[in-house]
Design a protein around this ligand. Structure first.
Ligand code: ADP
Length: 259
């Protein structure tokens, strides 16, 4: 259109360009904020065990080492905190591998019940210590063939069953069940432990989120177990869900592709 001044088009172009720039800045700022929080969270998590270790060593060096009983007890406590640091660092590197997409899924068909049995065997000692029985839900006589990265799904089951032992009560039990849902297989890990209040449920998969900080720490939790589980399920383009009633228990369900 020859009558139309060209300036209108230019103005619109400039406006659109400015809008795009702003969107990019916003996105960058969101990312920068995410990174700041991430680094802040991590250093906060590392501080507690480091301060503890410092405290125990300081007391020993100040003369506590003369007393054999104190020495033994403080060294044990220091060692426990070193273990915690190790768990946090290992879990963080697992998360960073998952977030960077470095984990390449080695998908293969396998029997989910056979894997659950292996996980139960691996955690037998812990279950005995916690005095919580591991077993299958009624009806879970046969497993199902699923298509997934077996090693990652083992990690998922290990984390879920370990949690059921950490947040269960003496004399309690953990049950795994399998269900054929037509288009996928549902695998559930159910416990009759302390449960999770409803308002916390949407957050339990966030990194470092804990309902009860002291219980998690006392049980050696890094606060990253469920974040790792969620990442692994997302990498599989599958889902994880949780239902829970405080005092009655929790059930975590993962979906798996049929083989
Ligand atoms: P943590 O290392 O603290 O166990 P997770 O990421 O594995 O970290 O779990 C996050 C939080 O969710 C836990 O601190 C706990 O409060 C809650 N939680 C997880 N699993 C269970 C469970 N089976 N029963 C009750 N609470 C649970």
């Amino acid at each position: 259109d020859l009558d139309q001044p060209i300036i209108d088009d230019v103005e619109q172009e400039v406006e659109e360009w400015a809008k795009k720039q702003q969107q990019q800045i916003d996105q960058y700022e969101r990312f920068a904020e995410y990174r700041r929080r991430y680094v802040g969270d991590i250093s906060h998590e590392l501080k507690t065990p480091i301060f503890n270790i410092q405290g125990y060593l300081h007391t020993l060096l100040e003369g506590g080492y003369h007393d054999e009983k104190i020495s033994m007890s403080f060294l044990k406590k220091a060692a426990k905190n070193v273990e915690r640091l190790q768990t946090i660092v290992e879990d963080l590197s697992a998360i960073s591998r998952l977030e960077s997409g470095e984990l390449i899924l080695d998908t293969e068909p396998f029997d989910i019940k056979a894997l659950a049995t292996e996980v139960f065997e691996e955690l037998e000692m812990k279950s005995k210590e916690a005095k919580i029985e591991l077993g299958y839900k009624s009806g879970a006589d046969t497993g199902f063939m699923v298509m997934a990265d077996r090693e990652s799904i083992r990690q998922v089951l290990v984390n879920l069953v370990t949690n059921s032992l950490k947040y269960g009560d003496v004399g309690g039990s953990t049950r795994i069940g399998f269900y054929d849902m037509e288009s996928y297989i549902l695998c559930e890990v159910a416990d009759n432990g302390i449960g999770i209040p409803e308002k916390h449920l949407p957050h339990v998969f966030d990194r470092f989120y804990r309902v009860d900080k002291s219980r998690s720490r006392q049980k050696g939790g890094s606060g990253l177990g469920l974040a790792i589980v969620k990442h692994i399920m997302e990498a599989h383009q599958q889902t994880i869900n949780v239902r829970s009633s405080p005092g009655l228990g929790s059930t975590f369900g993962i979906t798996l592709a049929k083989a």
